[in-house]
Design a protein. Structure first.
Length: 570
């Protein structure tokens, strides 16, 4: 018998080894799968925990649960979506005196070098303070944060917190307002819409204003120039869309920087456009004529009134004119030369009750209507003391004080067809339709008044307000300021209120200067025709193209309504 070959003898052993290897690999594979499964579970638990903490942890609880995925406060944007206010995470640097472990004198010297607003001695006093927590800097610059962190002092704490930023600095600052240290609105639209901007259900959507940033910048720039040129105490300006009531631009000077509002002069925080009331003088005269047209007391622009050197009111006080006619004059001439004597007589024909009815319709006896909380009520003589003499005085713009926004709304009412609508600082559109409004003047009166206001600019006291091609119409107003209970003969409020383009009115604007001074260029005059009127014209020349108003020398108001009743002086 043949002996078995070595290969055949080794076969069972080889099979056994192969089986063991497979069993070992299977065990290793199982262990690897178990390990991967455990690793995945651990990672999943960590991720779930992080998500839970982000949504419902302590920080989330302070901010309102899942809403931490949203900004702490909603953005505010202009009508074109450009950001005006937004919330960012900023660095806050604080000192915890009890945790300082290094040389306190050396630390004080280093703080004085990095933050020189305080001396080393002052910083040392802070470090030795018994207080547990002292803010060193909020909204700290990254370079300062890096330098303080490099000191390696445990007593200096660095943290991040939500901070309200106004990227356009002082642009539309009195419209926007500002927030307080707790992040809630303290003024302006920040205050008026604090709940909307803070609520988790709405703060993901920006608050869209009616403001046009480019137009706003132009209005602010020209008013700043005028304030400086005429050394005025302050200024204000308002621009309205007369058909929707939208405020396209509104400013008050001195300027306010909402990023540092708490450190600014209270005078800068005061909103002259909506919270300041002023006697705005002859800018009221168009309302008086319009009232008389509506009541039928004035039949045409050619109606004649005695416009001699003086006129005696029922209370015995005399009315005079800056540009006396010394002869009978027409309604057109009364408006063109801003005659107090003529306007007082027209107001007397309208009478007290009817005058108050029209004023009430335009909102001139009430608090100005707009979303801001900083709103003032018109200042008038009590109804029981409002006699015929008062009616005549109010007729030419005295004995009644209103805000510039009141006045702009009045001009919008008079020239949009006679419908009063409240002002709005929110963009009109879906969810915010145009207000229905109420009728104050007839459409016919609204139409006839176009030529009268255009006449003031082409031939009257408002010549310097003209912007070639843009068909400006408007009225100057110079009012003596009340100082110490008396009208001052040397201190004025000057204003110009107007509409453009006057052949098809679309925009109403008011510019006001508080205590402008005479200059060499004004030949010693400080009246509105020399300061507020040219400022108005410069603003229109800049903003009309932005608003889609094309210059056209062939178009104008129907001047045939007034020109036949204007006598050319020899």
């Amino acid at each position: 018998m043949n002996a078995p070959t070595p290969a055949l003898v080794a076969r069972p052993e080889r099979l056994r080894l192969v089986g063991q290897r497979r069993q070992f690999l299977a065990i290793m594979h199982q262990r690897l799968m178990v390990g991967m499964l455990v690793f995945s579970l651990v990672v999943g638990v960590v991720l779930l925990r992080l998500t839970w903490l982000g949504l419902f942890g302590d920080h989330a609880g302070r901010q309102g649960g899942p809403s931490t995925l949203l900004p702490a406060r909603g953005d505010i944007v202009d009508r074109d979506g450009h950001p005006l206010a937004r919330t960012i995470d900023s660095w806050t640097v604080a000192l915890q005196p009890s945790k300082v472990i290094g040389d306190k004198g050396a630390l004080a010297a280093q703080l004085a070098r990095l933050m020189p607003e305080k001396s080393a001695a002052a910083w040392l006093a802070e470090i030795n303070s018994p207080k547990k927590f002292i803010y060193l800097r909020r909204r700290a610059a990254p370079r300062l944060v890096q330098a303080l962190n490099a000191l390696g002092e445990p007593g200096i704490a660095l943290s991040r917190e939500p901070d309200r930023l106004y990227p356009q600095t002082d642009l539309a600052a009195h419209v926007l307002g500002f927030t307080n240290i707790d992040g809630h609105g303290a003024a302006g639209m920040e205050r008026a819409f604090d709940e909307y901007l803070s609520d988790s259900g709405t703060r993901g959507e920006p608050l869209t204003l009616s403001i046009n940033s480019r137009v706003q910048q132009a209005l602010e720039h020209e008013l700043l120039n005028a304030k400086a040129q005429f050394s005025a105490l302050g200024a204000a300006g308002v621009l309205l869309d007369i058909h929707t009531g939208e405020v396209l631009a509104m400013t008050s000077l001195p300027q306010l920087n909402p990023n540092i509002a708490g450190n600014m002069d209270p005078e800068a925080q005061f909103n002259r456009a909506t919270f300041g009331t002023f006697e705005l003088g002859s800018t009221f005269k168009p309302f008086t004529v319009a009232m008389a047209l509506d009541t039928g007391d004035v039949k045409s622009m050619g109606q004649i009134y005695p416009c001699y050197d003086k006129f005696m009111r029922p209370n015995g006080r005399v009315v005079t004119d800056t540009h006396p006619f010394g002869r009978p004059c027409s309604v057109a001439e009364i408006m063109m030369e801003s005659s107090n004597i003529g306007t007082a007589q027209i107001a007397g024909q309208v009478g007290t009750e009817r005058q108050r009815h029209f004023l009430k319709g335009m909102g001139f006896l009430d608090t100005v209507e707009v979303e801001l909380r900083e709103r003032a009520k018109a200042q008038t003589i009590p109804k029981q003391n409002w006699d015929l003499s008062t009616t005549m005085t109010v007729g030419f713009g005295h004995a009644i004080a209103v805000t510039p926004l009141h006045l702009a709304l009045g001009y919008a009412t008079l020239y949009n067809g006679g419908i009063y609508r409240p002002a709005t600082l929110l963009k009109v559109g879906k969810g915010h339709p145009v207000a229905k409004g109420r009728r104050v003047f007839s459409e016919d009166t609204s139409y006839k008044m176009r030529a009268l206001l255009r006449l003031v600019v082409t031939k009257g006291t408002g010549k310097k307000a003209d912007a070639v091609g843009y068909r400006v119409g408007g009225k100057t107003g110079t009012a003596e300021k009340i100082i110490g209970g008396r009208y001052s003969k040397t201190v004025n409020i000057t204003s110009f209120a107007g509409v453009f383009p006057m052949d098809e009115p679309r925009y109403a604007m008011v510019v006001m200067l508080d205590e402008p001074k005479a200059t060499a260029d004004t030949y010693g005059w400080r009246t509105a025709g020399w300061n507020a009127a040219p400022t108005f014209g410069k603003v229109v020349a800049r903003i009309a193209p932005m608003l889609g108003v094309r210059p056209d020398l062939k178009r104008d108001a129907n001047m045939g309504e007034v020109m036949p009743f204007v006598r050319e002086e020899k």
